[in-house]
Design a protein around this ligand. Structure first.
Ligand SMILES: C[S@@+](CC[C@H](N)C(=O)[O-])C[C@H]1O[C@@H](n2cnc3c(N)ncnc32)[C@H](O)[C@@H]1O
Ligand code: SF4
Ligand code: SF4
Length: 359
């Protein structure tokens, strides 16, 4: 695809998403197909998500949910996990999603991708494969995945996908273990002409185990410096004004900063609809309620939470850091059990951002 065409598509996507948000219609959603995983990433936010008392969805149940999602107008699905390629029926699911007319991507650790899998993936029409790439050598990779040959396998998977001209994004969470390799991974991505997403926050895991957040988190100033080095064009002077002017929902006095309850939600392997991947709440049973009713109830839940802001009890209401703050209510919920709390890490990031802008 030509660069101009790609840009036009991106703009169109953004415009449609905005319209869907205004009308509060679902647009892009995330679907966790399983909590099984072959990796043992020490920091994985899934933590204690697996519930042995519950059963993961069967193939037919997933198909039924996909029917419901098509009926309510969902456009794109990110299939994730756990490791989605651990499901034996993964290609039946992806083929069905394709048949229903969804656009969809696959978020994977990449370990199982060989030539056969690439062939099968290609046939499903998956529009993008996101691969987690947390290091640029054997040792670092193994430390962050808990699996000895993970680097070699995942590196090979990226090359195989690119050889077949598939759309690939790689992504890293910046931690104390890999922070010195992020620039190098950025250069690798540029050489391969693939997109590279870096995430500066080690999220707390569901169930509240914060041990790895403390052990692995890096200072927000380290994250900002790495961002500048990995994405120099974004920090070019001509874009500086645009960046400081971008207004989030939060600066407009909303609890949620993103598309939650406007046009997005997530589904877990037990068929429960949640606000997003980071939070296992409110767990509405989609098979029982049907997609339409579950989405309606989720929107009502978000409205209830937003009432906190409207009732003047918003924790950020009088905070002068608000325009610099990238806080997410979901993280507040996991760490403090409430959508309306400030936490130390986020506050420090806002202070650093304010300083960086010379204010
Ligand atoms: C839960 S994984 C599921 C998909 C697949 N197994 C993978 O690793 O890409 C989704 C993404 O979340 C990231 N992730 C996991 N735990 C995290 C944490 N505590 N903080 C930030 N990102 C995390 C992973 O690195 C991965 O990119
Ligand atoms: S590969 Fe993904 S799901 Fe598996 S442990 Fe790592 S981050 Fe978690
Ligand atoms: S620093 Fe805390 S109180 Fe201030 S805007 Fe951010 S989250 Fe809200």
């Amino acid at each position: 695809m030509r660069v101009a065409e790609k840009k036009e598509r991106k703009e169109l996507f953004k415009r449609i998403r905005q319209q869907k948000r205004e009308k509060r219609m679902p647009f892009t959603i995330m679907f966790e197909l399983t909590y099984q995983c072959n990796f043992k990433c020490p920091h994985c936010y899934l933590g204690e998500s697996q519930d042995n008392k519950k059963k993961e969805l069967t193939t037919n149940q997933i198909k039924k949910i996909l029917d419901g999602l098509a009926d309510i107008g969902v456009y794109r699905i990110g299939f994730t996990g756990g490791e989605p390629l651990m499901r034996k029926d993964i290609f039946e699911i992806l083929d069905y999603a394709n048949k229903k007319g969804f656009r969809f991507g696959l978020l994977t650790n990449g370990y199982f991708i060989d030539e056969k899998i690439v062939d099968k993936l290609k046939k499903t029409n998956v529009d993008k494969v996101d691969i987690t790439f947390n290091g640029i050598d054997h040792e670092t990779f193994a430390k962050l995945t808990g699996i000895e040959d993970s680097y070699e396998k995942v590196f090979g998977a990226i090359n195989l996908l690119l050889k077949r001209k598939m759309q690939v994004t790689i992504k890293s969470t910046i931690t104390g273990i890999n922070k010195n390799q992020i620039e190098q991974i950025g250069r690798f991505a540029r050489e391969k002409n693939i997109r590279y997403n870096i995430d500066g926050e080690v999220l707390p895991c569901r169930g509240g185990c914060n041990e790895w957040v403390e052990k692995l988190s890096v200072d927000s100033s380290v994250v900002s410096n790495l961002r500048k080095k990995v994405y120099p064009e974004m920090f070019a002077p001509k874009d500086a004004k645009k960046r400081t002017q971008s207004k989030s929902r939060r600066t407009r006095g909303k609890i949620f900063n993103c598309g939650v309850g406007l046009s997005s939600f997530s589904i877990n392997p037990y068929g429960e609809m949640n606000l997003c991947l980071e939070i296992d709440y409110p767990e509405f049973d989609i098979l029982k309620l049907g997609a339409k009713k579950a989405w309606q109830k989720l929107k009502e839940e978000v409205d209830k939470i937003e009432m906190i802001a409207q009732n003047g009890e918003f924790v950020c209401a009088d905070c002068d850091l608000l325009p610099y703050c990238g806080w997410c209510a979901g993280r507040s919920f996991i760490e403090k059990g409430s959508f309306n709390e400030c936490t130390q890490y986020v506050k420090q990031r806002a202070i650093d951002r304010k300083k960086a802008q010379g204010k």
